[in-house]
Design a protein around this ligand. Structure first.
Ligand SMILES: CC(C)(COP(=O)(O)OP(=O)(O)OC[C@H]1O[C@@H](n2cnc3c(N)ncnc32)[C@H](O)[C@@H]1OP(=O)(O)O)[C@@H](O)C(=O)NCCC(=O)NCCS
Length: 192
């Protein structure tokens, strides 16, 4: 996927050095909103497995995890936008997650990325609902989701294990508005 300033795509093995640079540079910036990282997080071996896992999961339709690259500097990873935990059956939803490198915040870049990823999720991935949640203290995330049209649906206590502590999250979602009359997706069989 492309936008005026960004390329969103699955990472490839050749991107591993750029992924390592991004995560090394932003370890402190992303720590407050991330799970504790495994000891080998900043190693090539970890990312080799992660890239292979993400590509297989995309092929199986269970996630779409995009690395974000600046169009003017396509060798540099500037963030990530992920659609995780895609559930079919009667649900057809997925969880949205996102992160920008510290130096790229405040420029509208994640809004720009989300504005192509959301139509992709609703049309190509045929999701009906995109869920997203954030720490109550994460005002940037709250503003971004509100701008994108996400609506608060609840407050989940002890919802995610972030930095080794179960932490509360504000739950939001965006619902596809135009699919009432669509035929059921092919992957309808089974599940709740
Ligand atoms: C959450 C996160 C992605 C939001 O990033 P962001 O840069 O604030 O989001 P956007 O891309 O929507 O940018 C909007 C900001 O850019 C500003 N901006 C500047 N130029 C802009 C432009 N051309 N177009 C739009 N907005 C622009 C907006 O005014 C807005 O700033 P404001 O919120 O202070 O008013 C980022 O803070 C982040 O990665 N945080 C750490 C990880 C994290 O929290 N992840 C989410 C866990 S739930």
């Amino acid at each position: 996927l492309t936008t005026p300033r960004l390329i969103l795509r699955l990472a490839e093995p050749d991107d591993i050095p750029a992924l390592l640079r991004f995560h090394a540079a932003n370890a402190a910036h992303l720590a407050p909103t991330s799970p504790l990282r495994p000891a080998n997080f900043l190693t090539e071996q970890f990312w080799r497995e992660a890239v292979a896992h993400d590509r297989a999961a995309f092929a199986q339709g269970t996630s779409a995890r995009f690395a974000l690259f600046a169009r003017h500097d396509p060798g540099t990873v500037i963030g990530a936008l992920n659609l995780n935990n895609i559930v079919r059956g009667a649900a057809h939803y997925g969880d949205l997650g996102f992160a920008l490198g510290a130096e790229y915040e405040g420029q509208g870049l994640m809004s720009e990325a989300a504005r192509v990823a959301i139509p992709f999720a609703f049309s190509d991935l045929r999701l009906h609902r995109i869920k997203a949640c954030y720490l109550p203290s994460n005002l940037r995330s709250a503003r971004l989701l509100r701008r994108l049209g996400f609506v608060i649906e609840g407050y989940a206590r002890h919802y995610l294990l972030i930095q080794g502590r179960w932490q509360d999250q504000v739950l939001t979602s965006l619902i596809r508005q135009d699919d009432e009359s669509l035929p059921p997706p092919a992957a309808q069989a089974g599940g709740a």
